[in-house]
Design a protein around this ligand. Structure first.
Ligand code: GLV
Ligand code: GLV
Length: 320
């Protein structure tokens, strides 16, 4: 009998094809809507492997329920949606999808930074609302990006890829990370500084830090108060690293200039989100790694991790 794999979202059939001799797949047949909790529990009970997305909370209760589970393959680099400790205790392998999404996510980080600094969304809306009457010297004038200082919080693979892009814009690169990264300092010319110094000196503060107990709401009222009044805050990691009330207040009261957010403490947000009412905030629906090429690579890597775990050679990219 073939091992049974449940996939929590509809993914393209052609990506599964190479694996259908090996596995029986079942899949939640909806691309936009996440799987309901009762279906997820039912499916997990029967499954030897689970392929899941950041939208699924794989908590203790679900893991306990998945008595046959041997592998949980997240289609994401971050895995704060999974109780890894509980899985590990039960001998279940947890895998993520690093590397394949690094450059794509860095692209989006830079796109968000540029859109925010140069008020791209506001400018498009300006025309959509038919408000363009005349050219104006300061019409929709934003902030420069080139030759400014970028501060990267979390110097992992994605942080480095952002730093390389920043080099192309002749920016000065500061970074803060739990551990120093001498190779990155050397080949990118990034300067290691304390979190406080990074906040004080950066024109752009970019969060790429994984979510954990330690990073929980590290961008709080005090952090925003330390930033320049002209600072632009970009978050492409996880919403939980931000005290959102403090960020909202800082934007509303112009204590910082603007923010670009791809992630939120509680997703999805809607048009009623307070952030959506601010002109100086650009919001995106968690699309950091969302290029067709990269999403296909992430799904294939998750499948390879399942195959490696269940068919002997071991997973390619287990977490930790
Ligand atoms: C997406 O947020 C990821 O962690 O890959
Ligand atoms: C995050 O873990 C990264 O790859 O930067």
């Amino acid at each position: 009998e073939k091992d049974r794999i449940f996939i929590t979202r509809k993914i393209p059939e052609h990506l599964l094809e190479p694996y259908t001799d090996m596995f029986d797949f079942s899949m939640w047949e909806n691309e936009e809507e996440p799987v309901p909790k009762d279906v997820l529990f039912q499916e997990a009970e029967q499954a030897d492997g689970l392929i899941c997305m950041v939208s699924e909370k794989v908590d203790k209760a679900l893991i306990e329920h998945g008595k046959r589970l041997k592998v949980i393959a997240n289609v994401a680099v971050g895995y704060d949606n999974i109780d890894v400790e509980e899985a590990t205790k039960r001998g279940i392998i947890v895998t993520n999808t690093p590397d394949v999404l690094t450059e794509t996510t860095a692209d989006l980080g830079f796109a968000l930074l540029m859109a925010t600094a140069r008020r791209i969304i506001e400018a498009n809306k300006f025309i959509a609302e038919n408000r363009w009457r005349e050219w104006g010297p300061f019409l929709l004038a934003g902030a420069d990006i080139h030759h400014k200082t970028i501060g990267i919080v979390g110097m992992g693979r994605i942080g480095e890829a952002i730093a390389r892009r920043a080099n192309g814009f002749s920016m000065s690169v500061l970074y803060h990370n739990r551990s120093r990264r001498p190779e990155a300092e050397k080949y990118i010319g990034a300067q290691y500084v304390s979190f406080e110094e990074l906040l004080e000196r950066s024109d752009f503060v970019v969060s790429v830090v994984p979510y954990s107990k330690e990073s929980h709401e590290m961008f709080d009222k005090q952090a925003f108060a330390k930033m320049k009044k002209s600072a632009i805050f970009i978050n492409i990691s996880r919403g939980g690293v931000v005290d959102e009330q403090a960020l909202y207040d800082a934007l509303k009261n112009k204590e910082i200039a603007a923010a670009g957010l791809d992630v939120f403490a509680k997703e999805p947000i809607g048009s009623d989100s307070p952030f959506m009412a601010l002109d100086n905030c650009v919001c995106l629906p968690h699309i950091g790694s969302a290029s067709v090429e990269t999403r296909e690579k992430m799904i294939t890597l998750a499948l390879e991790n399942v195959k490696g775990t269940l068919c002997g050679e071991g997973p390619l990219t287990p977490v930790k």
